[in-house]
Design a protein around this ligand. Structure first.
Ligand SMILES: [Fe+2]
Ligand SMILES: [Fe+2]
Length: 240
């Protein structure tokens, strides 16, 4: 029988040690992932030749601000448990939990693909918390999810725009080939005991493999519609 109670910060000290550890772990990873995107594209110079228009520059700044706010919201939940993840803001990029956040974005197409794929991975991660056992997460979730969807839509729109010219499409395909394996790997190992324990404790809804399958079923038709080729889902993968 899975755990079906709802838990608040006040209940936390009474909870099973496994629940405590998994909750702190998942909140810390989420905080790390929220800061992971801006950590790549802000220092790499979104004010340079990267953003093609003032509107794109504004949108990137707004997106970065929203991600920092998502970080703050998750970190506040950790603070309520007597923990703090502020240190992840300044951790070196090559130490990010999810490997995709260690990568570079050499072109504008990478920024678009990042929104299209990685903010969508972010949406999937967040959707795991819908109706989860820890109530304070459910409370912050709707606003964060709405903004995350905005990031996905923006990236998708920018990618569609790029694909209108042959040069743009070539750049987009190259970026897609770089990010597709990273995005699929972000869901983790398909066989994961920890992922089963998260589900048992009501902290996640789907296994890693289920999430990855649903993600692929969602993006593949979109990729084809843009006139791009779906990269081999097994090529360059580290976590199967
Ligand atoms: Fe976010
Ligand atoms: Fe995002």
């Amino acid at each position: 029988m899975a755990f079906t109670d709802k838990v608040t910060a006040k209940d936390f000290p009474k909870m099973d040690k496994e629940y405590q550890d998994l909750l702190v772990r998942v909140l810390t990873i989420q905080a790390d992932c929220e800061i992971g995107g801006p950590n790549i594209y802000v220092p790499q110079g979104w004010t340079g030749p990267r953003a093609p228009t003032p509107e794109d520059l504004w949108k990137m700044g707004k997106t970065a601000t929203e991600e920092v706010d998502h970080f703050r919201k998750f970190n506040r939940l950790l603070n309520d448990l007597g923990r703090d993840a502020s240190w992840v803001i300044w951790r070196p990029r090559n130490e990010r939990y999810v490997e995709a956040f260690r990568a570079d974005m050499p072109t504008w197409a990478d920024v678009a693909v990042f929104g299209f794929l990685m903010d969508r991975v972010g949406r999937y991660q967040l959707e795991e918390f819908i109706d989860c056992s820890y109530l304070p997460v459910s409370e912050i979730l709707p606003d964060i999810l709405k903004e995350e969807e905005g990031h996905v839509n923006y990236g998708t729109m920018k990618l569609i725009e790029l694909c209108r010219t042959p040069e743009g499409r070539e750049e987009a395909q190259a970026a897609l080939n770089r990010w597709y394996p990273l995005a699929l790997d972000s869901f983790g190992q398909s066989e994961s005991r920890r992922s089963e324990r998260y589900i048992y404790w009501g902290l996640k809804r789907r296994t890693n493999a289920q999430q990855r399958q649903e993600f692929m079923a969602e993006v593949e038709p979109l990729i084809r519609k843009m006139g791009l080729q779906v990269p081999d889902p097994l090529a360059g993968r580290k976590y199967l």
